[in-house]
Structure formats: structure tokens, C-alpha cells
Design a protein around this ligand. Sequence first.
Ligand code: DNO
Length: 385
Amino acid sequence: MIESWRWYGPFDKITLPQIAQTGATGIVTALHEVPYGEVWPRETIAARNGEIRAAGFDWVVVESLPVHERIKRGEGDLSGLFANYRQSMANLAAEGVTTICYNFMPLLDWTRTDLAAPVARGGTCLRFEASKMAAFELYMLNRPEAEADYTPEALQKAAIWHQQATEDDRTLLLHSIMSGLPGAYDRYDIAGLKTALKGYDGIGQDALRNHYKRFLQEVVPAAEDLGIRLCVHPDDPPRDILGLPRIVSDADDIDFILGAVDSPANGLTFCTGSLGANPANDLPAMASRFAHRTHFVHLRNVRKDPDGSFEEAAHLEGDTDMPAVIAAFLKEERATGRAIPLRPDHGHELLEDIGRGTHPGYPLIGRLRGLAELRGVIAGLSYSR
Ligand code: DNO
């Protein structure tokens, strides 16, 4: 597997020479500065690639080439947006960057309620507390229908949180929930989020699936011609949220997507953290089943609570059998001769990470620990004497 590392570009507080010391050889990045829906210029791609190469790395995966919300909503004449997506792919391919991760989550990317939840032995992790999410939906967004999405216990705790919360608590919760928008620096406030949610009125799972299928039909043939491998990132958390449908959450969803345009260019980012937050997902089984269409692997672990809460555990702790998942990808590599890029997804903030102000989930030491542990698993599984 190709050990890679997500780098947010020249403004990332973690520099390429620092990343070199982790042992990773691949860089995962994006042109975060280009607004969603616009073409990624070839010169800008070339310049970023030059910087990455000069530091001794390969740009192994684009994460992400974002899909514009209008495509997700199926709104209006989309031909320009589809053409722009194809042109960005062509410009990337021309510069030798051929694996592209994206997601199809309406409005919000990964969603957490706490960005610095304490870890038992020190350090902090990202956490999704169902009761806080319920409080946000019911009392800050005033979305009474949300009651149906939570357990009675979570609803009770939500009411108590609401009674006790200060203005600062509410501001912090909004900030945490908005932090998942990767690399995008504009965030919704409550009014903005309400307006954005209205844009999805009447769009259920079936409609979103149709819009997604149309997107695949528009871009996958071009990807095939260009030698591009697209790989969709699963929903995080893997369920409907804020009343928005989510359609990349389990094995049935993935079957639908891979079948919608049945081509190796239409693939998957296998994210153990996202998929692992759904108790019904059997990750080793899913890894075996979908390894042949997996072009990128995100490895991290989660520990789940019965009320739907979960938190990010250390990479080899938590509920997911990480060695079993990795074994499935090593088997695929042995069978096909492919090398699949992986990255340690989020890490805990540990030691000097604390207070450094790196992107939530993307500290240096916590991810370095994760990568080192995963590297050990791979070495162990590859040991054949
Ligand atoms: C979370 C990331 C996701 C991912 C996007 C891909 O840390 O794995 O934000 O980058 O969903 O489009």
C-alpha cells in the first residue's frame, strides 16, 4: 500500500519537510482555493505538483474535487458544471494526477459535536454526541421533526443540555458542527444553514440517488478516457442528518453506486471511520467485497455508544478490526499487482499537537502515531517467513 498524508497546501501548518519525517511517500491534497464548481487551472495544478515533487513526494490522490451543490440538488441547467468537472479531471490527468476522491453528501461533510473531547490517557479526539446534535437540531435550528431521529435517552439529555447551555456553549457547538467542511473557509450561521437546508426541501433519498447517477453518467466516461479513477467518500456519520438524505452509507448504497455506471473508473474511498460509525456495517466483509473497486483507503477507528454517539478511537482501538480490513486490501494488491494509497485518517491531538491550531482531526503527532501503528500491522501481515 502507498503510505500517504493529507496536506492542506501551502497554508497548512504542517510542512512538507515535516511530513517527510513521518515516512509517508504520497501526498493527498486539493486546490482548496478554487471555488466549488470552477475549473482547476492546469498551471495551478502543475505548480502545486512541482512543489510536492520538489519535496520528494508524489501527489497520489486529489481529496477532494468537490461536487457543486446544484449538481446534488439536480437544479437548473447543469451542463456547465459537468463540463467544468470534466475539464478539471482532464487538467489533473495532463499533470499525471489520476486518483480523485469526492463526496456526495448534501451541504455538510463530516459532522462532529466536539472537536476536543478528552481521551482517557491524555490528548483529545473528535466526538459525535447524539444528544448535542439533537439539541442543535431541536433548539437551535428549530427542526421539531428531528425528534424522530434520536433515542428517548438522547432527547432527554438534549433538553437538559439546552436548559444549561450558555451562549458560548451554543456558539462552540455551531462551530464544531460546521468544522467538517473540508478546506472551505466559509461556514454557515444558523440563518444561513436554514436557508441552505430549504434548498433540499422535497429531495429525498431517491431523488438524490438520481442526481448522483446523472453525475456519474456525465463524468465517468470521461474519467475512463483520461485514465482517472474516481473514488467516492462515504457519508460521515453514515445516516441521514438534519433531515438531509445520505446515500453513501452502507453496502447496499455502495452496490447501487458501483452498479450505476459499472466501470473501474467509478470507485470507492474505503473510509473505516465513516463506515465504522454504523453498527450494521461489517467492515472486514465490506472491505473484501469492495476491494476490487477501492482506489483509496482511509484508516481510523471509532468507538460507538448505543444512543448513536461515537468518538474517534486510536487507530488500533475501537470497534473496527483494523488488521482484518487491511488484510483484505493486501489480498487485493497481491491478486492484481495494484498499489492502493492509504492514509491515516484523523488522529488524536497529542503532546505538542495541543494548541497548534491544525485542521480539526489532522494534527501531526496523532496522525504520526496512527500511521506508525498501521505500518506495523501491514508489516506484520506481510511477514511470511
Ligand atoms: C474527513 C475527510 C472528508 C473527505 C471528504 C471527501 O476528514 O475524510 O472530509 O475529505 O468527504 O470529499
